[in-house]
Design a protein. Structure first.
Length: 133
């Protein structure tokens, strides 16, 4: 087990984006659309803003971001939402890649499905990261 102080990139992004959404509540709807990209603990906060952890984060947001202008909050939120989606896809791809490695040597329909899922997620990542001209 990793020390509690060592957070994954996705966790850091998620915490920051939740702080932004709690301080600028108009962003909560956008975050709800990306709920599956958030780590489980943050999904609960977004689903139940009255949760004690949500209240604690709201106080932290008020302290850290209280003097920020709405356009600055929205700008950072957009950038973080992009990165949150990207990290979520990369994590899914790593998991499937690991499952493929475990299943190699066994030609099964399951292996074929995992290869297709890996390819689909890779295409989604490409759509997010490759500039379209």
């Amino acid at each position: 087990a990793e020390p509690a102080s060592k957070k994954e990139r996705r966790d850091l992004i998620a915490e920051r984006i939740v702080l932004l959404a709690l301080i600028e509540e108009s962003l909560l709807a956008d975050l709800r659309e990306a709920l599956d990209c958030l780590p489980f603990v943050f999904q609960g906060i977004i689903a139940n803003p009255a949760d004690p952890l949500a209240q604690e984060l709201r106080m932290k947001a008020s302290y850290e971001l209280g003097d920020w202008q709405a356009d600055k909050i929205k700008s950072e939120f957009s950038a973080l939402l992009f990165n949150l989606r990207l990290e979520h896809l990369k994590e899914k791809r790593r998991k499937i890649q690991s499952e493929i490695k475990s299943a190699q040597g066994k030609e099964t329909a399951d292996l074929k499905n995992k290869m297709e899922a890996f390819s689909e997620i890779s295409r989604e990542i490409d759509k997010l990261t490759i500039p379209h001209t």
